[in-house]
Ligand binder design. Sequence first.
Ligand SMILES: [Zn+2]
Length: 244
Amino acid sequence: MTDASDELIGGLAAVFAHPDDESFGCAGALALAHDAGRVTRLLVATRGEAGVPEGAPSEGSFGDVRERELVTAAQVIGLDEVTILEGYADGGLADAPFAQIVDDVAHWLVSRRPDAVITFGRHGITGHPDHVVIGSAVRWAVERLAELGTAPNAVYVVSPVFGPGPNRYDLSPEEQGATHRVEITPVAERKVAALEAHRSQSDTAEQIAALRAAIEADQPIYEGYTRVRPAVPAPHPKFDARIW
Ligand SMILES: [Zn+2]
């Protein structure tokens, strides 16, 4: 599932575990980067085939359903390329050979050379083991590329502390302590539409409702990020800065 734009390097990349992670994690930053003319890419480790909603008729083709939902979300956001890794089961990243995941992420990164990468932080926002593993694999991959001089310039982890809506997650310190705040108000409707594209998933309803309420109330809407490489000194957040 790749729309190769092989001649294009640089830009902003996101690396996550499942279809829909990109929409609740960083759809706003990706959409803004796209609108600013940057190349935007997404690497997803699994097809999300385990996220079968209650009452769904068949599990066999559910990965196809989620893949189609991801394509729709990617079009809404403005992603230039979406890649799904092969060979990894939804819910099984922690059981897969970690070195293989690192190899696959490093290979993808080195062939695209993004300027910046977004992934999950230490608790993966929700604590899902797949989220934790993919976030860790990205950081291992980047360190390996750094030794070869081909690392992205920056690695950010999603820090969902600015809302809208309650922050009900058990976040790690790096996820709780955002270093960057990006105003996504101009593209907030697209974030809602991207979340809605994953229509088989009901657990984003709360975030969709909170975003809609904020849009209707004309409130500024933000995404938060912590730059983990190179690290930003704790007392010096860069609020309202671009990350691409
Ligand atoms: Zn996920």
